[in-house]
Design a protein around this ligand. Structure first.
Ligand code: GUN
Length: 287
């Protein structure tokens, strides 16, 4: 069997076309376009690329965007002052603080400072708490992108066993919460594995849907995948030769899986589409 490719790039383009229509309508009704403020601290090259791509996507669908670039040695107080200003800026519907942040800055303090109704990354305690309570407002963009990629490709999640590799606050943990919700497009049985899990290959073989999000290049091997399983690769790793690869040994695993996401062109573009969607929803909630 050679797996069907789950094309996140094409789906993200479709979602962006749908959003562009909503943006036209919202812009007329609000008298201004919905807007996203991006905050980039330091000069991490990967973060610079991510933020550039997010802003480019904003302009493609008619959203306003602002970039606030801060030096790597910025104090936490100065960053909090900027966030406070953005919280009060009326034409900013969404605030994106690109991670990772430099060591002198406490991520949780920063996440708590973002006004929850503008927290379109869904990383703050109020939005994560609402998700945990089964009342999601803004879900984190990468998990939401994974769910949409499955649902919109007609892959049934309900009652299936989803095994997630990785327990990060921005992917593994919220994704588990989302897929276990009592809701359409969810209702899965979820297992989270992490660096201390025993018998990883055996746990992975029990998955109907295997989601790799632990940030280790080509970690998931073909014999970890049950024949016919669906494999979603959230990893973005740069190899010594400069090429990008995921957390899954793609060429080998695609021969066992029934469907698989490529890297690049799988989950990555969906993350950006979901950030736009959350920003549009934030603007729409003002009406
Ligand atoms: N760093 C890695 N992924 C993300 C993301 O989805 N949002 C933000 N803000 N930072 C990230």
């Amino acid at each position: 069997m050679t797996a069907r490719l789950l094309d996140g790039k094409a789906l993200a383009e479709q979602i962006k076309r749908e959003l562009a229509e909503r943006v036209r309508d919202l812009t007329a009704r609000l008298g201004r376009p919905p807007g996203l403020a991006a905050v980039l601290v330091g000069d991490n090259p990967a973060s610079q690329v991510y933020v550039r791509n997010k802003r480019k996507a904003c302009s493609e669908i008619g959203l306003a965007s602002w970039l606030h670039e801060l030096p790597a040695n910025i104090s936490q107080e100065a960053l909090l002052r900027l966030i406070d200003m953005l919280n009060r800026q009326a034409d900013v519907d969404g605030i994106l603080i690109q991670l990772p942040l430099p060591r002198q800055i406490d991520v949780l303090t920063v996440m708590r400072a973002v006004e929850p109704r503008k927290d379109v990354d869904g990383f703050g305690p109020e939005n994560l708490g609402l998700l945990a309570l089964g009342q999601p407002r803004y879900c984190p963009c990468t998990p939401l992108g994974v769910q949409q990629l499955l649902v919109r490709n007609g892959i049934d999640i309900e009652g299936r066993h989803v095994v997630i590799l990785g327990r990060s606050n921005i992917v593994g943990k919220p994704l588990a919460l989302m897929l276990m919700q009592k809701a359409p497009g969810a209702n899965a049985t979820v297992t989270i594995c992490h660096s201390q899990s025993r018998n990883l290959p055996e746990l992975c073989r029990q998955a109907d849907i295997l989601i790799a999000a632990m940030g280790q290049a080509r970690f998931v091997q073909a014999d970890w995948v049950r024949s016919g399983a669906v494999v979603v690769d959230v990893g973005i790793n740069r190899l010594p030769d400069g090429k990008l690869c995921g957390d899954v040994d793609f060429e080998a695993v695609r021969e066992r899986a029934s469907a698989i996401t490529p890297v690049p062109g799988g989950v990555g573009p969906m993350t950006i589409a979901m950030l736009l969607q959350n920003t549009v929803s934030s603007a729409a909630s003002l009406l």
